[in-house]
Write a protein that binds this ligand. Structure first.
Ligand SMILES: [Zn+2]
Length: 93
């Protein structure tokens, strides 16, 4: 999910309120790969629980969001357009 919630990736499809640039799209596609690995529904449960735990830790929802492992992977590799081709499974662990 993107910083300003421009886009969201659900079940392998990216929805956005405006056309995404290449990097934003890559970010969402990294989430698509993560969701597929976790069979979609568990991804959202894990994502939600991790966000809550981090929220209690940082007391700041934006900081919590950036520390979610799925976001960390997506943000660290969104500029690498070849990343998904070489990505190892379960890279966020
Ligand atoms: Zn994201």
């Amino acid at each position: 999910m993107g910083k300003n919630f421009l886009g969201i990736c659900l079940f392998g499809t990216v929805f956005s309120i405006r056309p995404l640039n290449t990097i934003e799209l890559n970010h969402e596609l990294i989430h698509a790969a993560q969701q597929k690995e976790l069979l979609y529904i568990p991804f959202f449960i894990w994502y939600g629980i991790e966000w809550l735990v981090l929220f209690f830790k940082y007391r700041n929802w934006m900081l919590a969001y950036y520390h979610i492992r799925f976001e960390q992977e997506a943000y660290s590799h969104q500029c690498d357009l070849h990343y998904l081709k070489n990505r190892k499974h379960y890279k966020y662990k």
